[in-house]
Design a protein around this ligand. Structure first.
Ligand SMILES: [Zn+2]
Length: 127
């Protein structure tokens, strides 16, 4: 499995930084699997969104709770390896494809701007 961490829109970057500063706990970007071929968006792998997990406690050696949601982290220079409690999971529109699902593509060929405008219009009408 080839996992890749997508890049975030600025709004999400700001939220993640503020969270880590305020809570001294990590905000993890959910990685996506890049093993399948034929995907149109290299960032989100055609999910259309990117995910941010805001953690409130951890790390723990075991995820021992019936009510909390946990996520595993392999550890880095800032946060140790272990299980973290996810306080909130936020979703953002993928900054690369603007959330256009694969079946609406291919937006890479032709006029990308027009495709994006059309997709945004469709999304706005759906809300
Ligand atoms: Zn995308």
């Amino acid at each position: 499995m080839t996992l890749k961490t997508p890049y975030l829109p600025n709004e999400a970057e700001n939220i993640a930084r503020a969270w880590m500063r305020e809570h001294k706990q990590p905000a993890f970007v959910v990685a996506v699997n890049h093993d399948y071929g034929g995907m149109t968006c290299p960032n989100c792998n055609d999910i259309g969104g990117v995910y941010l997990k805001l953690c409130s406690a951890g790390p723990y050696q075991t995820p021992r709770s019936h009510t909390a949601v946990f996520t595993w982290f392999d550890g880095n220079e800032t946060y140790r390896k272990g299980w973290y409690i996810v306080k909130e999971m936020m979703t953002f529109t993928c900054p690369e494809c603007k959330g256009i699902p694969r079946e609406r593509g291919p937006w890479i060929s032709g006029s990308r701007v027009e495709e994006l405008k059309a997709a945004e219009g469709r999304l706005a009408r759906r809300r």
